[in-house]
Design a binder for this molecule. Sequence first.
Ligand code: NAD
Length: 296
Amino acid sequence: MATIGFIGLGNMGGPMAANLLAAGHTLKVFDLDPALAEPLIADGATLAETPGDTVAGVDVLVSMLPNGDIVKDLYIRDQALLDRIDPATLVIDSSTIAAEDAREVHEAAKARGVGMIDAPVSGGVGAAKSGKLTFICGGDAEDVDRGREVLGAMGKAVFRAGPSGAGQVAKICNNMLLAVHMIGTAEALALGARAGLDPKAMTEIMAASSGRNWSLDTYNPWPGVQDGVPAGNGYEGGFLVKLMNKDLGLAAAAAERLGAETPMGELARKLYGEHAEASYADKDFSSILERFRNSE
Ligand code: NAD
């Protein structure tokens, strides 16, 4: 069992840290909001007073933070954690950030002899709680292998997409596709319903036909079609529209930099941007259905 430092105990990081504790690892935790550490401390974790305390004497450091600026502040700017970390420590950043930001931090880690991987996740808060996240890693194969046991306590699958930053690239490609097929699913269901068809019956038909996709058969946006999805709970929880917009912004920036044509991704970004402005920023992304359903 490892001694693990964990920074960022929000919607995702909190349950991920809880799963590390449940697997028997020793945990030191830190968040800007100390109240988020309380349930973990009740279960045996130690509270780190500062980010610097989190890295002392740990085998692995995991971070789960909102964006690239915060990750860079922590590792290479304000807190400069990489300057004080023992080179034997493996650093795993699971935040979703731009691939260039990940590479910049990795380079700094490499220069100090510290192994680091980017390991953004697929799967939302539910998968974080049930320990069924998919980790999409970038970094040296040896470092990804060193992280497998710890990642395995929080997820059901660990992939190595390629060198540093590759995990972030694969993650935003996946989420761009997710946005596109969620919008397509929502507009198809709304069109059928407007023509008088039952969305549940349509779902059964399309799930057995060539329109089948994850947004349709696992995360259906129409309330009442499936149990246990945000559509059945007023679109509360789940994967928030504002986070989808962040990922679509990262995808658009990557496409521009690489000269790639991503018309569907761009349209999805426009529609999700409008959806956030229509007061859905803090709702699950499947709420995009309401745009098509309400446009009658
Ligand atoms: P969140 O806002 O709930 O949690 C982030 C946490 O980081 C907060 O508790 C905040 O206090 C803490 N924090 C911010 N700056 C800090 C600092 N300098 N030091 C220590 N703690 C700091 O966000 P989340 O939903 O847990 O998402 C975290 C990451 O996971 C994001 O990059 C997000 O894109 C990604 N992600 C989220 C989901 C999801 O469904 N929520 C799914 C996949 C990936």
